[in-house]
Design a protein around this ligand. Sequence first.
Ligand SMILES: Cc1cc2nc3c(=O)[nH]c(=O)nc-3n(C[C@H](O)[C@H](O)[C@H](O)COP(=O)(O)OP(=O)(O)OC[C@H]3O[C@@H](n4cnc5c(N)ncnc54)[C@H](O)[C@@H]3O)c2cc1C
Length: 375
Amino acid sequence: MDFELNDIQKSVQQTFKDFVDNRVMQQAAAIDENAEFPMQLFKEVGELGFFGMRYPEEAGGTNMDILSYCLAVIELSRGSMSLAAAVTMQSLMATYFLYRFGDEEVRGHFDAAMRGEEIGGICMTEPNAGSDLFAIQTNALVKEDHFLLSGQKTWVTSAPVANFFTVLAKTDNHDKLSIFFVPTTLEGVVVGKKIDKLGACGSVTSEVSFDNVKVPKNYLLGEIGGGTKCLMEILAEIRIMTAALSIGVATAAFEAALQYAKEREQFGKPIGKFQAIKMKFADMEVQLQTAKHYVFYAAYLSDNDLPRHKESMTAKLYASECANNICDQASRVLASYGYANEYPLQRYLRDARFTLIGGGTSEILKTNIGRELGL
Ligand SMILES: Cc1cc2nc3c(=O)[nH]c(=O)nc-3n(C[C@H](O)[C@H](O)[C@H](O)COP(=O)(O)OP(=O)(O)OC[C@H]3O[C@@H](n4cnc5c(N)ncnc54)[C@H](O)[C@@H]3O)c2cc1C
């Protein structure tokens, strides 16, 4: 096995590291505090080619492997989970189906989204359907020359600033799921109030309702009832990407605490010299390195078209749980300063919570991993 990153991967990592150190770090606290979508940084991430990393060159992308994409995501979430959540949503879930199934008109929106000129959101979750996606009630009535879409969605990332949505709905109240492209300019699309939340506050999130929206026939993405199969195409990648988000925020918390442990003195010596603090760092190091390497392994499987269903769930489950533990332990190293808004530890602790939910909750992943093991 080769554990060395290749030259392209190293260059991607360095590019996003420099961008985060020079552009994101000093703005991250304000992005969170003001709960405002980081529009300027979003555009700059677009200029770095991030949105096209996972798409082929003929679609305007750079055809990078998932490992390179993960390296970029880790750097971005090391700087700001708000920014990282917004840009990963744009690069994968909001745009993938436009690329995969869109006609010329829809692909025009995909192209604009790749350049960061349009913003997309994905509408799956509903007030009464979260983990149980088959329970969604949003429905598209099939009319002669259009669909009539009605329903209520919630927790839609980037909805307040979105130009279009990728919407999961039933058709004619049948059980099977379908996917639609829905520009926010269509009559009857209403973006509700922003959801005030615990973390990733600059990644703005809203309810969205569809009130008898006339959706043109060419905005159906894929086949009627083909939605579940389509979602399965990107499920593993969504989970690996969420695992990478976890590694980034955990790295930020670890590095901040390590620096603090070397500088803060109590009882006449740096607190890092106390055995209790050293033990914490050893535990954090083990979790961070094993989680990171398992995420890279899942990315490697995916890049080589090897089975990765169970491994992507394992990576996401383990990385998100480790990230939450590391943020907790790192915050304890700073004690009162870990509790102060002036220091970033409280932000990391809040932001890491998101990774336990997006891409499947830990309970759902454990259930599915158990099923994969034949239980
Ligand atoms: C910051 C953020 C951004 C989001 N962005 C988007 C977005 O852009 N688009 C979108 O569509 N959605 C988005 N979501 C929603 C997210 O996908 C859902 O929150 C997630 O699917 C879980 O659904 P739920 O919150 O309704 O929890 P529920 O499904 O109601 O779960 C509640 C609890 O029950 C447990 N549970 C549920 N079913 C089972 C079971 N069968 N076995 C064991 N335990 C179970 C869960 O693990 C959890 O602990 C976002 C969420 C957050 C927090």
